[in-house]
Write a new protein. Structure first.
Length: 304
């Protein structure tokens, strides 16, 4: 079984401890629980499922769910418990629905990523299996050591530091879950946006302050200039260089709005235009007004 919850705020650790047990324990808790198996083996039941948990396994128990832990052959088992709460209710989710959920998020991210004006919106969802198997115990132990250290201190930032370490564990578990989904369903192949187009747009977003050429984009994607041009023509109905110019103009408008102290000349040079007059002509061609008029208008709240 899989669980999904939105990590809108930092989770709060409400209890944290290690135990060594070979006894039966059955209870429910008002908080979420992560049980990390440090050594040994035991059996855990929750939500009508029973599984054997061994060293390197992590078991997730949602808040207010009853669970039972039993020994196997009277073997001692060393476990670390993290009780935590967060602001959203965990949603129980089946494999197919989870795969579709991730696929839809990838589509949204890809669409925003190739947009000239949108910022990429990354989801804040955590995806956890009720039983994650054979994880990197050294990595988990290192993160648990951080929580131990911060829990023992009495400093203003201790809550933030221990919550950040817990977030690292939750992100690690999410990556394991996503890898499991990807191994079973080819999400990349299902996304219609070509990989090289996404790679080219990402390059533009990272290097828009430079003078980007068609050769740069072709080299970045390891394809011909004709091929990269076809990608942009099919997706945007425009050439790669026109896309670059439009993106630069979008960024120039952001600079004018957020940094009114910058001159038009300074903004032009900041965005890789060597000629301020050329920048002004391009700006007016695309927006219908000069950079100076746009800058005046947005800071004086006029529509003229």
């Amino acid at each position: 079984m899989y669980y999904k919850f939105k990590l809108a705020t930092l989770p709060k650790i409400t209890n944290f401890y290690s135990v060594v047990r070979n006894t039966v324990w059955q209870i429910s808790d008002k908080d979420n629980i992560l049980i990390i198996i440090n050594e040994g083996v035991c059996e855990i039941s929750c939500d009508a499922e029973t599984f054997t948990a061994a060293r390197g396994d992590v078991v997730y128990i949602p808040a207010n769910h009853s669970y039972c832990r039993r020994p196997i052959d009277n073997t001692m088992c060393k476990m670390t418990y993290i009780h935590f709460n967060e602001n959203s209710e965990p949603e129980q989710i089946e494999f197919q629905k989870l795969a579709m959920d991730i696929f839809e998020q990838k589509q949204i991210m890809d669409t925003e990523m190739i947009s000239e004006t949108q910022f990429v919106t990354y989801p804040q969802n955590i995806y956890i299996q009720n039983h994650s198997i054979g994880l990197d115990i050294d990595r988990l132990t290192s993160l648990l050591a951080k929580i131990t250290l911060f829990s023992a201190k009495r400093e203003i930032t201790c809550f933030l530091q221990s919550s950040a370490a817990l977030c690292e564990i939750l992100i690690y578990l999410t990556n394991i879950t996503l890898s499991h989904i990807a191994d079973n369903i080819s999400l990349e192949n299902a996304v219609s946006i070509p990989y090289n187009l996404k790679k080219a747009v990402s390059y533009i977003r990272r290097h828009y302050t430079r003078n980007i050429t068609l050769d740069d984009l072709a080299r970045c994607c390891n394809v011909s200039k004709q091929q990269i041009t076809r990608y942009f023509k099919n997706a945007f109905g425009d050439t790669p260089i026109n896309y670059v110019i439009k993106y630069k103009i979008t960024k120039s408008k952001e600079l004018m709005f957020n940094h009114p102290q910058l001159s038009v000349t300074e903004i032009a040079y900041e965005l890789g235009f060597n000629d301020q007059h050329y920048f002004s002509r391009i700006f007016k061609k695309i927006t219908g007004e000069t950079p100076s008029h746009y800058k005046y208008r947005v800071h004086h709240y006029t529509t003229d």
